[in-house]
Ligand binder design. Structure first.
Ligand SMILES: *Cc1c(COP(=O)(O)O)cnc(C)c1O
Length: 381
């Protein structure tokens, strides 16, 4: 334990005038790029002189929250002079009984990204290794770098799915965490349940395997549920989910994790006190109580995804087997061209320079805007 009550700190502080700026960030932080949020519709409008741009860049839900959520939030706000329930006990037990697990197996977070940060802080030191497929969710490398852990990125296969054998053979004695986004962001591809089991088995109890299911609600109906099928068999597997996408609560920040009770207790230790605010907790309870309404909306998005895919296919685009609320086009060297030209037509998408563009499935009107623009641009090879 490093701690000191007094000492000769004065001698080690450099002359303030010699510093490029005040403070001395940790080297891990210094090395991080500044956070660059996705472009929004307003920016596109200003840059390109368009008036009614649509944002299909952040996998948000096109619809405002259902009215039961709105009412729950209004009610919660009336008690906002009080601290929220720190442990979110009511929400945890709500999630637990909904999923058929014990309340001790569930924790909540400030979005599921908040939980990922807790997981990384819990398990990763500078000499440790973390494995994930690449390309995947951009938060993984950022949080990895913050801990100083070594990142082992296993490239996706040609069909944009994970290289499961590659991931397994990357496991070393230094491996502490394996991140598996399924469906993956930005490709939308699914990791089969058998492959999750293979990876969890190969990893063993000393390695936490995180199944990041931010898009669970959009997968094919017959997809096995890892909470029911994998978590009971593997104490090292943790499933994270969010209410940001399917439930339309991105702006309120609430996610949850399900796993072994002791793992949950460990990641709870590093939570910021009161990290899930009262309105978010109330919104999440209302969402679960009205899950049918939310599932019906997800079904609409999945139908729209099918419509967008078939139109893209008829234009000649190859696509992976999408299972989330977005599509991915491998635009390669033409990626920034497509992103800019789509923006000029009022459609903001998420480009990954040199690789592809990710386009969120929005409302039918928004999707039509995208389809009209991409049709105009054609398929460049
Ligand atoms: C959107 C997303 C999340 C979660 O976002 P929160 O809003 O923090 O819950 C987590 N993982 C992946 C892969 C995502 O795309």
């Amino acid at each position: 334990m490093n701690s000191r009550t007094q000492g000769s700190l004065g001698a080690t502080v450099p002359d303030v005038n010699e510093l490029a700026r005040p403070g001395r960030p940790r080297s891990a932080v210094e090395a991080l790029p500044a956070y660059r949020p996705g472009r929004d519709a307003k920016q596109a409008q200003q840059d390109h002189g368009v008036v009614d741009a649509v944002k299909l860049a952040s996998n948000e839900n096109p619809e405002a929250p259902i009215s039961a959520i709105e009412n729950a939030v209004l009610h919660a706000v009336r008690g906002a002079n009080r601290y929220a329930d720190h442990r979110g006990a009511e929400l945890r037990s709500h999630i637990a009984s909904w999923l058929g697990v014990n309340a001790e197996q569930v924790t909540i977070g400030n979005g599921s990204v908040g939980l990922l940060q807790q997981i990384f802080l819990t398990y990763l030191d500078a000499d440790d290794e973390i494995i994930f497929g690449w390309r995947s969710f951009e938060v993984y490398p950022i949080f990895s770098q913050l801990t100083g852990a070594e990142m082992v990125r296993v490239p996706l296969l040609d069909d944009l799915t994970y290289d499961v054998d590659g991931i397994i053979s990357a496991i070393s004695p230094a491996t502490k965490v394996i991140m598996l986004a399924t469906p993956n962001n930005p490709t939308g591809t699914l990791l089969e349940a058998d492959d999750i089991v293979r990876i969890a088995t190969a990893a063993g109890d000393g390695v936490i395997v995180v199944i990041d299911e931010a898009y669970r609600e959009f997968v094919d109906a017959d997809t096995p549920d890892p909470v029911a099928e994998v978590v009971p068999r593997f104490r090292n597997v943790l499933v994270t989910r969010t209410l940001s996408k399917a439930h339309g609560l991105a702006g309120l920040r609430v996610g949850y994790a399900v796993g072994d009770a002791e793992v949950i207790a460990d990641i709870d230790k590093v939570a910021v006190p009161f990290h899930v605010n009262a309105a978010a907790q109330a919104a999440a309870i209302a969402a679960i109580d009205n899950i049918d309404e939310i599932e019906a909306r997800c079904a609409v998005i999945v139908r729209e995804r099918g419509r967008v895919e078939s139109q893209l296919a008829s234009l000649g685009w190859w696509m992976p087997h999408h299972q989330a609320n977005f599509v991915y086009l491998s635009t390669g060297v033409n990626t920034m061209h497509y992103a800019t030209e789509l923006e000029k037509r009022g459609v903001v998408v998420r480009p990954f320079d040199g690789e592809g563009i990710r386009v969120t499935i929005g409302s039918a009107v928004e999707n039509d805007r995208f389809l009209a623009a991409i049709t105009e641009l054609g398929v460049l090879k």
